[in-house]
Design a binder for this molecule. Structure first.
Ligand code: G1P
Length: 307
């Protein structure tokens, strides 16, 4: 086919490939971290010294996103505030010659433009994502959604997902392969092979199935590149698993209507920051490679585990 000089909005065009806007749903009550979440949003808990949501924002920025829409709930203003510059603090650090700390506090405000959308009631992930629709711009043909509970490591999967959208169009998600016995907390894909072993075509998706009902062992890993058509489906879904409006059900609806959905299978690591056990594991994992805290912690852990 001859190269076209007209601007196309098809799946191969720059605007369809690029990720401009990322949505981070952060409106949850954090019940698994009560009592702390009475006062501190879990997205701000430090993995060593940096809140989980900063890692997720860094990942979105690295994938090319210019805007981050944080969906929060009343009382969780601190999450968006974290991304605001703090001139007084910066001045103090500067005066004291604390250049490393100064660099650290400047990272989050410098990553991308942050705005908020409010989810007034905890009606589910699908509802949370739909709350960000008014923040979208006409150029947002697709949006990235990153769940801040999930750290997908090493980063870079969003870029691969954008490449798959460029090839097939539609919606692309990130999957990881887990033992069937552990599958029921997740959205699970019904998949078909493609010519790439790490890319599957999705023929269906089900939220939190019992292990024996799961259509595969490929689970949704909290990274989504959603065609804008998903917002139409989100208006039509009814409460699903747990009585909540599920993003999974909107994606399943799109598939049933002929929309193309693929997954990129992530073979790397993953941390679940959404519960104390997973959070501690992430904190230890990050601390062990930290030049300041790693060596001591390693030594102490060895002794402590042998006790
Ligand atoms: C959400 C999604 C689920 C996905 C999971 C990944 O579930 O609904 O499809 O597999 O995140 O962490 P939640 O953890 O909010 O129950």
């Amino acid at each position: 086919m001859a190269p076209s000089t007209t601007v196309s909005s098809g799946p191969g065009s720059a605007s369809a490939i690029g990720i401009r806007t990322a949505i981070v749903p952060a409106a949850g009550l954090g019940t698994r971290f009560l009592p702390t979440t009475k006062a501190v949003p879990k997205e701000l808990f430090p993995v060593v010294d940096t809140p989980g949501i900063e890692y997720v924002a860094r990942e979105a920025a690295e994938a090319g996103a210019k805007r981050l829409v944080i969906v929060t709930s009343p009382g969780k203003d601190a999450v968006a505030q974290y991304f605001q510059p703090q001139p007084e603090l910066e001045e103090t650090l500067e005066r004291r010659g604390k250049t490393e700390l100064l660099a650290k506090v400047r990272v989050a405000p410098g990553l991308l433009a942050v705005e908020t959308a409010i989810q007034d009631e905890p009606l589910g992930l699908g509802h949370a994502v739909s709350c960000a629709e008014p923040n979208l711009e006409p150029e947002d043909e697709a949006v990235a959604v990153l769940l801040p509970d999930d750290l997908v490591l090493p980063t870079g999967v969003l870029g691969r997902m954008a490449g798959i959208r460029a090839r097939y169009g539609g919606t692309v998600l990130c999957a990881f392969d887990i033992p069937r016995a552990e599958i029921s907390p997740y959205g699970v894909f019904d998949v078909e092979d493609t010519d790439d072993p790490d890319v599957k075509k999705v023929n269906g998706m089900v939220e939190k199935p019992a292990p024996e009902d799961a259509p595969s062992t490929y689970a949704a890993a909290g990274r989504y590149l959603l065609d804008r058509a998903v917002f139409g489906a989100l208006k039509r879904i009814t409460p699903g698993a747990g009585g909540e409006l599920q993003l999974t059900d909107a994606i399943a609806m799109l598939i049933a209507e002929g929309h193309s959905v693929h997954v990129v299978v992530h073979r790397g690591g993953r941390h679940d920051l959404g519960n104390p056990g997973g959070f501690l594991r992430a904190a230890v994992d990050f601390a062990l490679v930290d030049p300041e805290y790693g060596p001591d912690l390693r030594e102490w852990l060895r002794g402590r585990v042998e006790e």
